[in-house]
Write a new protein. Structure first.
Ligand SMILES: [Zn+2]
Length: 234
């Protein structure tokens, strides 16, 4: 059990593992392939410059797959915890799907972007909701400024979003919980070290993460099986 007191401020980091339990494939990391392409070859600014249609084919496929997925008991448990703790809980997800929102989470940031949002690749127009698919022979949609509409996704080589807010909340956190994240992709893999020595940190997921030694304790189990019974309010 993880004990949460009235004073605790809880920072939760989620990764691909929690979405995988809802049937969404994890493309990042070793062995991630789409058709014959390594994911780095289609999820990068370079790919967008060379072949934006290929990039949109990939994200169109991902939108279709993600639209059919449903949140699992792990997502629901985190949404329930937010209802209890309210502003004392902050959820940072590396996932681009909307399963946390579907489960009812509201206080969250997507540090790697959102699959169901697009933005202009030229002007600073805000990212907007977009569930369309753009596949050949369809043209790439254009912004009124003339720029091309791209997925609102943090590609390889780009800087993750909301980092100022994330580090501000990390500095205040008294409890850190990582769920289903392999502990490899930076900067998220180092978040836990910001609390080392001053606050407990826990990992939940079926496999030991690469940064396991940084945690106070690792619970090696599926998040959908463990999270619903893990939290105990003092
Ligand atoms: Zn524009």
């Amino acid at each position: 059990m993880i004990e949460i007191s009235e004073q605790d401020r809880v920072f939760i980091l989620t990764g691909a593992g929690i979405s995988a339990e809802s049937g969404l494939p994890t493309f990042r990391g070793a062995g991630g392939l789409w058709r014959s392409y390594r994911v780095e070859e289609v999820a990068s600014p370079r790919a967008w410059q060379h072949d934006p249609r290929l990039v949109w084919e990939f994200y169109s496929m991902r939108r279709r797959v993600a639209a059919a997925a449903k949140p699992n008991p792990g997502h629901l448990a985190l949404a329930q915890l937010e209802r209890t703790l309210q502003e004392r809980l902050f959820l940072c997800t590396q996932n681009v799907d909307s399963l946390h929102e579907q489960a009812g989470s509201r206080r969250l940031v997507h540090m790697h972007g959102e699959l169901f949002k697009s933005r202009c690749d030229r002007c600073d127009r805000r990212p907007f909701y977009d569930a369309e698919t753009y596949e050949p022979p369809a043209d790439i949609p254009r912004c009124h400024c003339g720029g091309q509409i791209r997925p609102h996704i943090c590609w390889f080589g780009e800087v993750p979003y909301h980092l100022d807010r994330i580090f501000e909340v990390l500095a205040q956190a008294t409890l850190f919980i990582a769920v289903g994240t392999a502990g490899v992709v930076e900067p998220a893999a180092s978040f836990v070290t910001h609390l080392s020595g001053r606050a407990p940190s826990y990992y939940v997921g079926p496999e030991e993460p690469a940064n396991a030694s940084a945690f106070t304790k690792c619970f090696l189990a599926k998040s959908g099986e463990l999270l619903p019974a893990l939290f105990h309010r003092l």
